[in-house]
Design a protein around this ligand. Sequence first.
Ligand code: DQA
Length: 145
Amino acid sequence: MKILVLNGPNLNQLGKREPTVYGSGILKQLENELIEYGNEYQISITTEQSNYEGQLIDWLHESETKFDAIVMNPGAFTHYSIAIRDAIASISLPVIEVHISNVHARENFRQVSVTAPVCVGQVSGFHFEGYKMAIDYFRRGKHHV
Ligand code: DQA
């Protein structure tokens, strides 16, 4: 099984970015943890991060021939990018939306996700573990088309 883990804007700032909200771990640690986690289960994990909407959209489009599933933290794009939503809807791969923080316990504008309705579901508030929870769902074969 091949899973693409996509991180959106400002997630390259993990570690120095609002550590009380997002923790002290940096993106590289998160990515390495996920790759090692995948290795335990013979799952190939590919990680990408971009601050650019178009780049994320291109990766979504290109993912179809290369991966089986996607775990995505769209960052702030979650709350307003219809273009990312449409890109997720345009591909046949299942996508799980992940947030490090609990977006439902934060500002009102973070409680709206335009992307979640076209995802399998959303994992929010479990810090880095949330990515593994999403991987587990695919790993355990729980997703049915
Ligand atoms: C985030 C939550 C978003 O509201 C925020 O804009 C982010 C990170 C999270 O992982 O908790 O950039 O997606």
